[in-house]
Design a protein around this ligand. Structure first.
Ligand code: FEO
Length: 164
């Protein structure tokens, strides 16, 4: 069984992962509204991955004979200034997620819950991948600047996500 502190913290993380899913689907809707459907596909796929992260923690809490307690998911923003603005926000968001996973690992060590620390290792590795992939897109958006042609090329490429 998880300690109460660990149970609460993992429940918070389930909420944070669902918020990420909600945020990315909102970003997807923004991209749909400006007809950048490839960017939208990328965000919608990312949103599904975030749901899977939430589900992974959900399964783990249950497996540890503890209780999943869902909370209100806060409302995500719905407008951004540009695709660059979206990816700046995504990068900041993923860095915050990394910090919250690190806090969870710290807690698991303080609680001497080595099983939870081992479970959380997957998430810390995943964060390295997520920060890296978001940064790649962000840097390319910075290169593209105001070029519509560059943006459309990137859109076509990002639209392939989930199809390979
Ligand atoms: Fe579930 Fe993007 O971290």
């Amino acid at each position: 069984m998880l300690s109460k502190k660990m149970e609460d913290a993992l429940n918070e993380q389930i909420n944070a992962e669902f918020y990420s899913a909600y945020l990315y689907v909102s970003m997807g809707a923004y991209f749909r509204s400006i007809r950048l459907n490839g960017f939208a596909v990328w965000m919608e796929t990312q949103s599904k991955e975030e749901e899977e992260h939430a589900k992974k923690i959900y399964d783990y809490v249950n497996k540890r004979n503890s209780r999943v307690m869902l909370k209100l998911i806060k409302e995500p923003p719905i407008e951004w200034k540009s695709p660059l603005d979206v990816f700046e926000a995504t990068y900041v968001h993923e860095q915050e997620v990394t910090k919250s996973i690190e806090r969870l690992i710290n807690l698991s060590e303080r609680e001497k819950d080595y099983a939870a620390a081992s479970f959380l290792q997957w998430f810390i590795d995943e964060q390295v991948e997520e920060e890296y992939s978001v940064l790649q897109i962000l840097e390319r958006l910075r290169m593209v600047k105001d070029s519509n042609q560059g943006l459309l090329m990137l859109d076509a490429e990002l639209g392939k996500r989930g199809k390979d």
